[in-house]
Design a protein around this ligand. Structure first.
Ligand code: HEC
Length: 89
């Protein structure tokens, strides 16, 4: 029972992870990206499934910076990098 409980708590933390992550909240990404569900933009879990471990960070950063294929973001490059890293974690 103890093990099951620990597993459940662990899963809860994982699910809550991306959207509670302060960088995504601070930078306004959560306005359009929910952890689990599609909002204005795709769910963070879908973005992670698509890009995680693919080395696409630089391409995604360029998209957000230039507003090509993404609503243009006015955050600094460092902030965007951190936010993208958080999504692909
Ligand atoms: C105004 C709404 C909005 C905000 C704010 C927003 N996004 Fe998005 N995002 C979108 C939409 C819409 C798409 C889907 C674009 C498409 O695939 O054409 C998207 C797609 C993405 C993708 C996937 C791009 C791809 O090529 O598949 C990433 C990564 C992403 N957003 C990161 C971020 C990050 C990081 C932030 C916060 C700095 C952020 N977004 C803030 C609307 C938003």
């Amino acid at each position: 029972m103890k093990v099951l409980f620990a597993a459940m708590v662990g899963a809860g933390v994982l699910l809550a992870g991306p959207v509670n992550a302060s960088v995504l909240t601070d930078k306004g990404c959560v306005k359009c990206h929910d952890a689990e569900k599609k909002k204005a933009g795709p769910a963070v879990k879908d973005i992670a499934a698509k890009y995680k471990g693919k080395g696409e960070e630089a391409a995604l950063l360029a998209k957000l910076k230039d507003g090509k294929g993404h609503p243009k973001s006015k955050e600094s490059e460092a902030d965007l990098k951190a936010a993208i890293a958080e999504m692909l974690k």
